[in-house]
Design a protein around this ligand. Structure first.
Ligand SMILES: [Zn+2]
Ligand SMILES: [Zn+2]
Length: 186
């Protein structure tokens, strides 16, 4: 069975080199849906608690929220970094408190200190799905990702291999047979 949870992500981007309106910097509220597949854990009668999926995913997804997402070859990138540097906000600011976990994958690098994500490919809804899968595939049993932004939407299904050992009392993933939340031992 699947546990399904959604996230709102507000971001700014543009399609560099695209022949259309999207070549101009603009913003969206994107909605990401994560479907996690596993057996139903008999102790809690859930696949996985959705608030725990949210916590795990948001740790990294926070980097995209209220952030600017630019492709690595976009000339806006050095221009924006130059302005941030002049303003003294490139390496952080006390009011920038929504910082996610730093990440660098083949497809994207997060700079939480200045609320920026640099991508290898254009950040379309399809591009976002590829980035998110890469970031979360080892943390969650992802069966399907869907991302919608304005009138655009994309979805991808993934084969799920194996099952995650979960706590029968609170449902979260066990670490070396111990529940990090309630201390249950297998
Ligand atoms: Zn857009
Ligand atoms: Zn537990």
């Amino acid at each position: 069975m699947r546990s399904i949870t959604t996230f709102d992500i507000q971001y700014a981007h543009r399609f560099y080199g695209f022949k259309g309106e999207a070549q101009y910097l603009h913003g969206h509220t994107g909605v990401l849906t994560i479907e996690v597949e596993d057996t139903v854990n008999p102790g809690v009668n859930m696949v996985f608690p959705c608030n725990e999926i949210q916590k795990t995913a948001w740790n990294v997804l926070k980097n995209f929220d209220h952030a600017l997402i630019l492709r690595e070859d976009d000339p806006l990138l050095p221009a924006v970094l130059g302005v941030y540097e002049k303003q003294g906000i490139l390496t952080g600011h006390p009011q920038n408190t929504m910082k996610g976990e730093v990440f660098r994958t083949e497809l994207a690098t997060a700079y939480p200190d200045c609320r920026l994500v640099v991508t290898k490919e254009t950040m379309t809804v399809e591009g976002m799905i590829k980035i998110v899968y890469e970031l979360l595939k080892d943390k969650l049993n992802i069966a399907k990702l869907t991302f919608t932004s304005g009138v655009n939407a994309a979805t991808q299904e993934y084969p799920v291999k194996g099952t995650i050992d979960r706590c029968p009392l609170c449902g979260i993933a066990l670490k070396n047979g111990v529940c990090p939340k309630c201390g249950y031992r297998k």
